[in-house]
Each structure stands twice: as C-alpha cells, then as structure tokens.
Design a protein around this ligand. Structure first.
Ligand SMILES: [Zn+2]
Ligand SMILES: [Zn+2]
Length: 224
C-alpha cells in the first residue's frame, strides 16, 4: 500500500524526534523538496530528520573537508530516515541551505490542534449517535470551525437519522467541499424518503409524497 504524505507525516509525528549523533541536539523534521525527490537521488521519503545546528561538528567540519577535497564552498548536514537508526549526510551550499523546508513546531502544533479537534468532534458525534440527537449533529455539520473530517461524518449521520426538523436548513447548507456537499444532498433525499416527503416542483418547499396541491404555493402537484 502506498502511503500518502499525510499518513507518512502522521506516523513520523507519533515517533520521537531523534538526536543528532554528532552534536546531540534534536533534529528538525525536513520536507524533502520535490526538485530533490525527482532528481533521481531518490531519498524515497517525503520527510527526513535533519540536524540544522550550525555548531554541529558534522556541519562545521564538513566545510573544511569539502573545501579541501572538492574546492566547493559547501558542507553537509546529518540526516536521518524517520523511524530508522540510519544516519547519513546531505550536501548543503550555505548555512541556510534547506532551512526553508523545515516543518517547524508551529506547523506541527497546528496539525496537532486539528488532530485534537477531530478527536473531539468524533466524541461529540458519538454522543449524538447514542442520544439520536439529530439537531446537534446538524449544528456540528454547519459549524465552520469543525474540521472537514468531522463535518463529513456529521453529514453521513444526517443521512442515517436526520429528521424533517433539519431538512430545510440542510437543503440550504453549502459547505464548499464537494464531497461533503454531495453527502448533504444525499442526506436531504434520504430524510425526505424516510418521511414520505418530496420537494414541490414549483416552489421547492417540502411537501408530502401524496399531496395533490402544494401547501406552500397552492399549485396542483398530482402526478408531478
Ligand atoms: Zn548535529
Ligand atoms: Zn409549492
């Protein structure tokens, strides 16, 4: 199975950051730039742990070593394949080389917050499920602060046990995420079918399947 970049990152985040074997400082998670991924070197991973410490002997020593041997002004950083004990070297051409791809703690904290919000959302939805609280499921679905994964789950739950009390709002809810909006549409259809209702072909209000005239616009709807 091929893992998505997200899944790889998720896994890395759940493992401890290694310390650089040369300087002992914690390594930074580094997003391998596409240009490097595609150049045939094939690190074969979207993320590496890199020691970006400028006092790291691997880095400071590397300058002299490469200058002497190759007459290039460059050095090497110590890298680690996440989840392994494999430490190797990566060439850099300045002290800031590669630092643009550091996945900093700020971003990780944000991802962590999203993970928490997803956990919380699923817990809230589980409560709704037990209580068959469709109104609360709707409010979770309509809440833009909820992560898309949670809103998608809420849409699925509306499909399962949403009621006519929510269907009006539900029909007008546009989230802007195509998959969720599609699920909402399905939910509207399912709720109407469960309640033997349909949309009036003239005014789009909800009427009984059996109604001969629409109670909202008073038009004849028999056979339509
Ligand atoms: Zn180091
Ligand atoms: Zn009507």
């Amino acid at each position: 199975m091929i893992e998505t970049k997200e899944q790889v990152l998720e896994k890395i985040m759940n493992t401890k950051k290694p310390a650089c074997p040369y300087c002992g400082k914690p390594m930074s998670l580094w997003e391998v730039p596409d240009i490097v991924m595609g150049d045939g070197l094939g690190w074969g991973t979207p993320y590496l742990n890199v020691c970006f410490d400028n006092d790291c002997p691997h880095f400071t020593g590397g300058w002299d070593h490469i200058q002497e041997n190759y007459a290039h002004h460059a050095s090497t950083r110590c890298i680690n394949y996440p989840g392994t004990k494999v430490f190797e070297s990566m060439p850099v051409f300045s002290s800031v080389g590669g630092t643009g791809q550091i996945v900093d703690d700020d971003i990780l904290a944000k991802r962590e917050a999203i993970k928490e919000a997803i956990k919380k959302g699923f817990a809230d939805l589980a409560e709704c499920f037990t209580a068959k609280d469709a109104a609360r499921v709707y409010s979770i679905l309509a809440d833009p602060a909820r992560p898309p994964k949670v809103r998608m789950k809420a849409a699925e739950m509306m499909l399962d046990f949403g009621t006519l009390a929510e269907v009006e709002d539900l029909a007008h809810l546009k989230i802007g995420a195509p998959l969720i909006d599609k699920k909402i549409l399905e939910a509207v259809g399912a709720i109407m079918a469960r309640n033997h209702c349909r949309e009036c072909p003239f005014c789009a209000e909800i009427i009984k399947d059996r109604a001969s005239t629409c109670k909202h616009c008073n038009r004849e709807v028999t056979g339509l």
